[in-house]
Design a protein around this ligand. Structure first.
Ligand code: PMP
Ligand code: GLU
Length: 396
């Protein structure tokens, strides 16, 4: 048979979803495994949101919607962006898609010509490089060391720009590092983008999950000339515990929004009508559960960071947001753990899963070695059990 599409054949399966599938399969097989893999809140979706969806079904709101989303949801997104991020968008600049992952893909399809370069800071969320490739672009990775809190500088960004650079992707707060760029750091990075006429995708899906009262600044809130070249990506999965509802959205200038909407009209038609109605309730209804969940995440973060740093040979930074930590395992390289000589973080995560039954994600999938990513979007009991096992595994 003839070969499959070249671009498609180069795309790697999502490392996070792979670990999640393995973890769920092991659980289904009756194995006592603790999962720190895929980052999804363990909380149930708040009741007012579930009720809105039930009412939508009962009242027959089960038909196709406009490709870019129902007006009520686009208005709710615009109002939310105004009140939470202090940015003004009109509903025709908002495009709703089937999850923020899908929003990113459609935004990339809208922006990239074959061979356009996209600068991505590492450690990066695993999907960025692959979806850039899927959209015909070329990922250009700029690495940020742990000593810089895994944040790149404007000088690093500038050094990576070539005549082919089209776009810069930033995720703030970051998955997998949990780190938060300050307003000043964002201004410096944005200045490079303005200077070289680059678009910016600013993935702000964790913006509600920022701890200790630290300030989150949206990229588009900085200046008008930054806003017009920025596509904000956000969604309801993380802050409202709605991962399975599959609603994400972008805010951008109207021209980009229209092209994205045309694309959607030929791919998904629109996201699920029922999920859109639920998302409108999430964004415009009471917000107290969002802050209650955030407070619980903060407690879990404090616990897991304290525990990991007390294990000899392991360390991690204290992240400002999202729900991930990155464990530095450099001191474990060359040791024999769980019967395996550990040469890198892939070996460590495999040995940990096989011998201690703890699922974590090796950061090779995020563009850096010698680190593991653990999510603390899980109950404190499970976190305790998982870290007890990790500690025992490391002690040998
Ligand atoms: N961006 C980041 C940084 C993420 O971690 C996720 C989580 N999957 C997404 C986007 C996509 O979220 P969703 O597709 O569930 O809206
Ligand atoms: N974003 C989450 C993670 O990184 C969920 C899995 C995924 O979609 O990649 O774990």
């Amino acid at each position: 048979m003839k070969e499959l599409a070249k671009v498609a054949s180069q795309v790697q399966a999502s490392a996070t979803l792979k670990v999640d599938a393995l973890f769920k399969q092991m659980k289904a097989d009756g194995i006592n495994v603790v999962g720190f893999g895929a980052g999804e809140p363990d909380f149930n979706t708040p009741d007012n949101i579930n009720e809105a969806a039930i009412q939508a079904i009962k009242s027959g709101q089960t038909k196709y919607t406009p490709s870019n989303g129902i007006p009520a949801l686009r208005q709710a997104v615009a109002d939310w962006l105004k009140s939470r991020c202090n940015i003004s968008y009109s509903p025709n600049e908002i495009v709703v898609a089937s999850g923020a992952k899908h929003s990113i893909y459609i935004a990339l399809k809208t922006l990239l010509n074959p061979g356009d370069e996209v600068i991505i800071p590492a450690p990066y969320w695993v999907t960025y490089t692959e979806s850039v490739k899927m959209a015909g672009g070329v990922p250009v990775v700029v690495s940020a060391p742990e000593s810089a809190d895994f944040k790149i500088t404007a000088q690093q960004l500038e050094a990576a720009v070539t005549p082919k650079t089209k776009l810069f992707i930033i995720n703030n707060p970051s998955n997998p590092t949990g780190m938060l760029y300050s307003e000043q750091e964002l201004r410096e990075l944005a200045a490079v983008c303005v200077k070289h006429d680059l678009y910016i995708i600013s993935d702000e899906i964790y913006c509600e999950l920022v701890y200790n009262g630290k300030k989150f600044t949206s990229m588009a809130a900085l200046e008008e000339d930054i806003k017009e070249r920025t596509i904000i990506v956000n969604g309801v999965s993380k802050s409202y515990a709605m991962t399975g509802w599959r609603i994400g959205y972008t805010a951008s200038n109207a021209e980009i929004a229209e092209v994205m909407s045309n694309y959607l009209s030929h791919s998904t038609s629109s996201p699920s009508t029922i999920s859109q109605i639920a998302a409108a309730e999430a964004l415009s209804g009471p917000q107290d559960e969002v802050y209650a969940m955030r407070d619980v995440f903060q407690e879990r973060r404090n616990y897991i960071v304290g525990r990991v740093n007390a294990i000899e040979g392991l360390s991690c930074r204290n992240p400002d947001g999202a729900f991930y930590i990155m464990i530095n395992i450099e001191k474990m390289i060359g040791k024999t753990l769980g019967g395996m000589v550990i040469q890198n973080s892939d070996d460590f995560s495999l040995a940990l899963l096989e011998s201690a039954r703890v699922a974590v994600v090796s950061c090779t999938g995020f563009g850096c070695d010698n680190f593991l990513r653990l999510t603390y979007a899980d109950s404190i009991e499970n976190i305790k059990e998982g870290i007890d096992r990790l500690e025992k595994f490391v002690k040998g």
